[in-house]
Write a protein that binds this ligand. Sequence first.
Ligand SMILES: C[S@@+](CC[C@H](N)C(=O)[O-])C[C@H]1O[C@@H](n2cnc3c(N)ncnc32)[C@H](O)[C@@H]1O
Length: 196
Amino acid sequence: MAGNLHPDAQKWNEIFRQEGDAWLARQPRQLLLDYAAMLPRQGLALDAAAGVAIHGRYLAELGLHVIALDISEVGLRLARQRALAQGLWLEAAVYDLAHPWFPPDCFDVIVNFRFLERATFPMYLRALKPGGWLVFETFVRTDTAVPSPTHYLNPGELKAAFADWEIVHYADTAVQSPDCRLRQVEQLVARKPGVA
Ligand SMILES: C[S@@+](CC[C@H](N)C(=O)[O-])C[C@H]1O[C@@H](n2cnc3c(N)ncnc32)[C@H](O)[C@@H]1O
């Protein structure tokens, strides 16, 4: 069975097995809270690399139908259980975002927190409806002298990747992680070009 798992799934399954309750207790990141008032209250949302779907469940509380995707079935199971207990509309599927494919113009909102897979960038453009919202926050490397780790943005990379979009918010900033460490992140809130 383990041989069929995504190479990183075992690690994340173990993290969510050990620390699932702590993850479930976390609040959505401030970026999503800050822009929630501008997001639609109905339609379909994607929580990409959802983990236990902290952000997906928050969007479902706002009224959206949510699809949570992740390689960790342990994280997704916790997400589903909590969503069902809360009476929220949230479906979950094991899915490798390194090889994404989504139908065009189907999501109203996509959230991508603390995860980087560059292959998703063109797919987010394709999968959002015109006027749809992308809320993205992930780590940026601070030491530009060393080669970039795969899952860290290069400084300014997020802004450049979505330069053609209507950018509602962009920041390269330090935020506090749940373990109280300050981490450098890039934040982007942007709308897909086109008539809503
Ligand atoms: C730091 S956690 C962030 C979880 C969630 N977005 C949050 O902010 O709470 C990173 C997540 O990415 C997931 N992940 C790692 N590689 C993935 C891949 N190739 N496809 C989908 N999810 C992946 C992990 O299982 C984990 O849940």
